[in-house]
Design a protein. Structure first.
Length: 334
């Protein structure tokens, strides 16, 4: 069986190297010995990279009284565009398996809302799944910055710099798909393949206005199962997390409806150099009529896997296993 969401009938699922970054195991009170060191340049024209020493214990993580089965580590960044002016910036990361790196980028409700089948993915890969700033076990922000998708792509690259991952594949869901696409645009030489699941393309999404207004004003209306998943991921601050995402999206939609912004990529989506799989549910309520066709025109070389699902094929009881196998087959292509 594939990974299953706790609320599969829900409406929604989402630079420079980090000098001085270091990593410590989640739950450890003692800083890892990888303290900040001066960056080095090994060859002319190559990127500066931090020296990071990592020591990770793998207990069940406990944060703010909540326990998680997935081992976590903290990556401390000297900066992040998602939290300007803050230093350090703490990003919690799941790190499972061994092999070619695969980076999972969660949607706008966080990782636990629509979890991946980590066991299956980590059987042949090193799977990296960060909680972006503002979500889960990472540091909080009161508001998402304007252009938060691009800012979160920049933060993702800083995290991967700190983990010393030069090349990797990406699988992003919902907001995470937008962030994955931006990551591929910002660092084309580092991205091998990209799975864009439930991709948002247009800025003008009038069909989603009620959804994001609910996220902003009364997220309890999404139902008890949704609330439990959000509490498990974000703790008592879950309303603030979901509200910030709702406000950010309402601002994007207002720009789109006013004609100030056509898509989420400034017309650049087609510049992605890596092979792309568009993984989409045929009944996705967050996709406007014709929006998927627009994305396919922008990415004419992309492969489409259209499944009988809603907004999260990988976490659906009906399509979770198939979505995971489709993505694995795409990632394994030479």
């Amino acid at each position: 069986m594939g990974a299953r969401s706790v609320f599969t009938a829900s409406l929604h699922a989402g630079g420079a190297p980090a000098f001085g970054a270091f990593i410590r195991p989640r739950g450890s009170a003692r800083q890892v010995a990888g303290v900040r060191r001066a960056p080095t340049r090994t060859n002319l024209g190559r990127r500066l990279r931090p020296r990071v020493r990592v020591r990770v214990r793998r207990p069940v993580a406990e944060v703010a009284g909540r326990r998680y089965a997935s081992p976590m580590r903290d990556v401390l960044l000297a900066r992040s565009p998602v939290a300007p002016g803050r230093t350090p910036v703490r990003v919690a990361v799941r790190d499972e398996g061994a092999g070619p790196p695969l980076v999972l980028l969660h949607g706008g409700w966080g990782y636990e809302a629509y979890p991946w089948d980590l066991a299956r993915l980590a059987a042949a890969r090193r799977v990296i799944a960060p909680d972006r700033t503002g979500y889960g076990r990472s540091g909080r922000v009161a508001e998402l910055p304007p252009g938060f998708h691009q800012a979160m792509a920049e933060e993702t690259l800083l995290v991967l710099d700190a983990l010393r991952l030069e090349r990797f594949a990406l699988w992003g869901h919902s907001d995470g798909a937008v962030i994955a696409a931006w990551t591929a645009l910002l660092a084309p030489a580092r991205v091998e393949r990209v799975v864009l699941e439930a991709l948002h393309f247009r800025a003008a999404k009038p069909g989603s206005l009620p959804f994001f207004e609910t996220a902003r004003d009364r997220p309890e209306a999404f139902g008890e199962e949704v609330v439990r998943a959000l509490e498990r991921d974000h703790g008592p601050a879950w309303r603030e997390v979901i509200g910030a995402g709702g406000r950010a999206w309402l601002a994007i939609i207002a720009e789109g409806l006013a004609g100030r912004r056509s898509d989420l990529f400034g017309g650049r989506l087609g510049a992605i150099a890596a092979p792309v799989l568009l993984l989409h549910g045929s009944r996705d309520p967050r996709t406007e009529p014709g929006e998927l066709d627009d994305a396919r025109r922008a990415l004419p070389g992309a492969t489409l896997a259209l499944l009988d699902s809603g907004h999260a094929p990988h976490a659906s009881a009906r399509t979770g296993a198939e979505a995971t196998l489709r993505a694995i087959a795409f990632l394994d292509e030479a």
